[in-house]
Design a protein. Structure first.
Lengths: 330, 128
């Protein structure tokens, strides 16, 4: 019991700092983006589980031989108002911290969901008034704007892919097709769920290196996954050209805030009014995407993929097992 | 005129095109004209459109923060809160901005690109 809490604490620390730092520097994720995505999810889940588990096991140590017995005694204390003299100050502190952290994580996840949904709904409302349907199929709309812009707004059946006039003018039909397939891959592979979970994870624990690194890595991995889908039907050259055209057309020199009332319909400095250079957090996604396409490395071998999968499974199984198995056996 | 969504769009188009605030009656007449012109049957569709429907649409748009009404006069006169171009700029700002709390809202084809990155890409593009 005692050693379990130490082991879990060490695991939580390792998963909060050295492991994500190493993984974010590794080059193999570009060769197996799906496996890397699985591993990041395992790291986040195992990290959270061992953090909470370590505190819980430490706090319950005096009143139960294992987690389940300890939780049962604790429930008895709370429900029947029994004396808690068996628990010292630090035990109570750890238990409260575990409860607060769990509540914080769940609450942040829900809050992030509500915030994202609200912004998406607002965005969809405006699109309904401003964008016109496109010939490229249902769920694709065109907005009147000079910069080359393409994005998708996830929302189940109401998902929509948005293209700008500027994009349609700048791209050849094949390049446009590559962009659409890329965006549809985001929608069909439900990347919005990953973005949500990792945005919430970062929001909840912003001072942990792991949450920032994980979000940056996930943002970049979903682009690689979507690129790989586009490459199934479109040529590499087409996709690279589409990326280069859109990227060079949408770069912004510096952060400038758009002033209400000053924007003209076809202002020549359209790009300049759109703020957001990304700052230090800006993932170097575009550069790494292009270099991955230009000089592709062979996909990870089956054996190494299996190894990554096994490592992810272990990461989840070890803390779960340590927490639950002693209670089931004893 | 079928759904409320289509009507909202038509009303906003009128308000964005018009210079000054309009009453619900005025908007109803304009909508009737438009649909008559579109259908080639004078006034046929327009008769179906009640002023109360237009008022419903306007109050929905008001709730969304897209139109405001001048409360001083009766009947109330409605106008767009900001221009079509401003709203488009807002949308694009949201689509291109990279505030961390927005990153999960939508998935862009290209994330934020720095000027130096764009220069490299332009060079690359020139070579091809």
């Amino acid at each position: 019991m005692f050693w379990t809490s130490y082991f879990l604490a060490v695991l939580a620390l390792v998963l909060a700092w050295p492991v994500p730092v190493l993984l974010s520097r590794a080059e193999w994720p570009a060769r197996a983006p799906f496996m890397a995505m699985v591993l990041w999810q395992a790291i986040a889940l195992a990290g959270g589980l061992s953090m909470i588990g370590a505190m819980l096991v430490y706090g319950l140590e005096p009143i139960g031989d294992n987690l389940i017995a300890g939780l049962r005694s604790l429930t008895g204390m709370v429900l029947h108002n029994e004396p808690t003299t068996a628990l010292g100050f630090w035990h109570l502190f750890a238990l409260s911290a575990a409860a607060l952290l769990s509540a914080h994580l769940v609450f942040t996840l829900l809050l992030t969901y509500v915030k994202i949904e609200r912004q998406r709904r607002r965005h969809r409302e405006l699109l309904a008034l401003l964008a016109s349907p496109s010939d490229d199929g249902p769920g694709t709309v065109v907005i009147n704007h000079d910069s080359p812009v393409a994005y998708c707004l996830p929302g189940g059946a109401r998902s929509v892919t948005v293209l700008s006039d500027g994009l349609m003018a700048a791209l050849e039909p094949a390049e446009l097709r590559a962009v659409l397939i890329h965006e549809n891959a985001h929608l069909s592979q439900r990347h919005d769920l990953l973005l949500w979970a990792f945005a919430a994870w970062r929001q909840a624990l912003p001072w942990f290196p792991t949450t920032r690194l994980a979000q940056v890595a996930v943002n970049s991995l979903i682009e690689m996954l979507a690129d790989d889908v586009a490459l199934r039907t479109e040529s590499k050259g087409t996709l690279i050209k589409a990326i280069a055209i859109v990227a060079s057309g949408s770069a912004r020199p510096a952060e400038r805030v758009s002033l209400p009332g000053t924007s003209a319909p076809d202002s020549s400095s359209e790009g300049g009014t759109l703020s957001g250079t990304g700052g230090a957090d800006s993932p170097r996604t575009t550069a790494s995407r292009v270099s991955r396409l230009l000089s592709p490395k062979p996909p990870l071998s089956a054996a190494l993929r299996a190894l990554v999968l096994a490592a992810s499974a272990m990461l989840l199984a070890v803390p779960t097992g340590l927490l639950i198995v002693p209670g089931l056996l004893g | 005129m079928a759904s409320l969504g289509e009507l909202e769009r038509a009303v906003m188009d009128l308000l964005w095109a018009g210079q000054e605030a309009a009453t619900a009656n005025k908007l109803r007449d304009l909508l009737a004209q438009d649909s008559a012109a579109a259908n080639g049957i004078a006034g046929h569709q327009g008769k179906d459109l009640a002023v109360t429907t237009v008022l419903t649409v306007l109050s929905r748009l008001e709730k969304k923060g897209l139109v405001e009404r001048e409360r001083g006069t009766r009947p109330h006169r409605y106008q767009a809160v900001s221009s079509r171009a401003d709203h488009t700029a807002d949308l694009m700002h949201e689509a291109l901005g990279s505030a961390p709390d927005r990153e999960a809202v939508l998935a862009r084809f290209i994330g934020s690109v720095s000027e130096s990155e764009a220069a490299t890409l332009r060079k690359l593009l020139g070579k091809n």
